[in-house]
Design a protein around this ligand. Structure first.
Ligand code: FER
Length: 261
């Protein structure tokens, strides 16, 4: 068992394995009305063990990649197992995790040509769907805190790019932002962060991680360089791995331990 807090590439043994005898959260699919897209949209929601306890919860919005949908994390990453285990070890703040569908268009299934321009554009449109439709729905239907200190956004690949694009563009809404292996949809640094000083003051956590074998690592490298040049505090975690689930699950595990603390 290794709980070395300063090495963000190491997990506790069994971190993603269902453990006997611990309390479990629940994960289910919801539907919310989207004025942005014009039809009801699906999302998954994880509520932690003991929910709803007295008191209010923080919310992490956790985004998928270009080949996924709202169930991608659930199907490949076992987020509910990772989070239940962290909760049992008292390493997780009371939080709800929302798994949206980041492809904001009427047919949002990951089918056909997933790189088609209209489908890639839908990952941009998601900013309005999230801010104007999904967040208000969550805040009206769950006992959650609604200030920026209790709202986080993170994601893998396409969802990592979205998290930094949306999060850094809306620092009045998000204090905790994470990208795991962000894709080239992430804006170039000067557009992503035109006011680095302001971001440095407002951010509670900016997490950026990528595998050393990832062919998209240049996207992370240039962002890390810009953040460093402009003295924006951030965690840059270069780990051994590819554009794949071990890196993304580690991202969720490490980011979850840090967020809302
Ligand atoms: C690209 C390469 C990869 C791109 C997106 C991706 C929009 C996304 C990968 C993923 O989500 O896994 O050129 O452009």
């Amino acid at each position: 068992m290794n709980e070395n807090k300063s090495d963000y590439t190491i997990q506790t043994a069994g971190y993603d394995t269902e453990r006997e005898g611990i309390a479990r959260g629940e994960i289910c699919t919801i539907e919310y009305p989207s004025r942005t897209v014009g039809n009801p949209r699906k999302a998954m929601v994880y509520t932690p063990p003991g929910y709803p306890a007295a008191g209010e919860y923080s919310v992490l919005y956790l985004l998928h990649g270009i080949g996924g949908d709202e169930s991608e994390w659930y199907n490949h990453g076992k987020p509910q197992v990772i989070l239940d285990n962290l909760y049992a070890n008292q390493l997780l703040k009371p939080m709800i995790v929302v798994l949206p569908n980041g492809r904001a268009m009427p047919n949002d299934r990951a089918e056909g040509e997933i790189f088609a321009p209209d489908k890639v554009q839908a990952f941009e449109t998601f900013e309005s769907d999230l801010l104007d439709d999904l967040i208000p729905y969550i805040e009206a239907n769950y006992p959650v805190l609604t200030d920026r200190m209790h709202r986080a956004i993170a994601g893998l690949s396409m969802g990592g790019g979205q998290s930094l694009n949306i999060g850094l563009n809306n620092l009045d809404r998000f204090a905790w932002i994470g990208a795991f292996s962000p894709a080239p949809n992430m804006r170039p640094p000067e557009q992503l962060l035109p006011e680095p000083q302001k971001a440095a003051e407002l951010l509670s956590l900016l997490w950026l991680s990528c595998g050393d074998l990832d062919s998209l690592k240049n996207v992370s490298d240039r962002t890390h360089a810009y953040l460093s040049q402009h003295s924006v505090p951030h965690l840059w975690v270069e780990e051994h791995g590819d554009h794949d689930w071990p890196v993304w699950k580690n991202g969720l595990y490490q980011f979850s331990k840090l967020v809302f603390s």
